[in-house]
Design a protein around this ligand. Structure first.
Ligand code: SAM
Ligand code: SF4
Ligand code: SF4
Length: 340
């Protein structure tokens, strides 16, 4: 099946579902504590999609050609009873009868107890974010002094539960964790984890992003290659966002998501469904399309599907390719709100 094309011919293939805008971390590049303090108003519970509503919308996307679902947030594991939702999504089938690819991105803080129930419910893979193996660096970046050891326990639990392969996401921010690049690479290689470094992006409008704070992919790769020689690996599929590199000695691979220095909008097949039921067609969107209101007003599947078709059909986003001073200043929706 070719999939639903947008205005540039990019098919709708992946859906990122944010199940909450809340998080127990205050990563300085995402929900900086000084902007989002105690009195910040996250979504009221009645504005968040129920599991039933999320599953119904997800099923429409799958009907339209989506074959990969990624659960995200905010921190998805703070959503109560998440394994119940995973069970419902795992039961979805594509029009050809195949199960959907179902994965989740988490900060790992609650994985020690939740890895097993999530796997039992049908979660297949997992991505854990971890910016350093050094407690001082990690604590400063996560904003709440969360210890590295607890995330490592979560990763162990995920492995024991059979979630595989396990990916690790590391955002690199100049002056914070360049020194963590090599230790993370050595560790992930030894542990058989797929590590992906992410260039610090100008998502939202609260993290005070400056181009100078971005450590470019080439610099990240050079840092690793100085000790561990790398050779390019083939992309596994069109639309893969990570540039992939294999260790020359065959001991595994590492990726870099270079959305700033090497934008990949031409292959971007991702839609995002926010916790409050808005459809976004770009990570850097200024606004989304409300699907929750029509859903709650009683629209039929066909009517909701027509809305999704119309939005995707008219999609012209390519923010990263157009990034400029003017676009950096747009009042973009925060990443934790629309689903990272
Ligand atoms: N809370 C979960 C977590 O941290 O994995 C899931 C949501 S988080 C928004 C998804 C991913 O986006 C994480 O890997 C995080 O590191 C990354 N991220 C957040 N803000 C970013 C930024 N400004 N630039 C690049 N990546 C960012
Ligand atoms: Fe929370 Fe993830 Fe954002 Fe960090 S990156 S503040 S863990 S949502
Ligand atoms: Fe996709 Fe928007 Fe990122 Fe481009 S900037 S790759 S269109 S999410």
């Amino acid at each position: 099946r070719p999939g639903l094309p947008d205005a540039f011919g990019r098919a709708l293939r992946d859906l990122r579902i944010s199940v909450t805008d809340r998080c127990n971390f205050r990563c300085l590049y995402c929900i900086p504590a000084e902007v989002f303090g105690r009195d910040f108003a996250f979504l009221p519970h009645d504005q968040v999609l129920t599991f039933e509503e999320t599953t119904r919308l997800a099923s429409l996307f799958v009907e339209l050609g989506v074959h990969k679902l990624r659960i995200t947030g905010g921190e998805p594991l703070v959503r109560r009873d998440l394994p119940v939702l995973i069970g419902e999504l795992a039961a979805l089938r594509t029009p050809t009868g195949a199960p959907v690819d179902l994965t989740l991105t988490t900060n790992g803080s609650a994985l020690r107890s939740l890895a097993r129930p999530l796997a039992d419910a049908g979660l297949q893979r997992i991505t854990v974010s971890l910016d350093s193996l050094d407690d001082a660096v990690f604590g400063a970046m996560n904003g709440v002094d969360f210890p590295v050891a607890r995330v490592l326990e979560g990763i162990d639990a995920a492995r024991a539960a059979g979630l595989a392969p396990i990916k690790v996401n590391t955002v690199v921010r100049r002056g914070m964790n360049e020194g963590s690049i090599l230790p993370l690479a050595r560790w992930a290689r030894a542990e058989g984890l797929i590590l992906r470094f992410i260039e610090y992006m100008d998502v939202g409008h609260s993290n005070g992003w400056r181009l100078d704070d971005v450590v470019p992919a080439d610099e990240i790769l050079a840092t690793i290659a100085a000790e561990l020689p790398l050779v390019p690996a083939e992309a596994q599929y069109r639309g893969e966002v990570a540039g992939r590199w294999a260790y020359a000695d065959g001991s595994g691979e590492v990726g870099v998501i270079a959305s700033v220095t090497r934008p990949f909008c031409g292959d971007c097949t991702r839609a995002r469904l926010s916790a409050d039921g808005h459809l976004y067609t770009c990570l850097f969107a200024v606004r989304g399309t409300d699907l929750k209101a029509p859903l709650r007003a009683g629209e039929t599947d066909a009517e909701l599907e027509a809305r999704i078709r119309a939005v995707w059909g008219g999609r012209t986003d390519r923010y990263s390719e157009l990034r400029s001073e003017a676009t950096e200043r747009l009042p973009k929706v925060e990443m934790f709100a629309l689903g990272g």
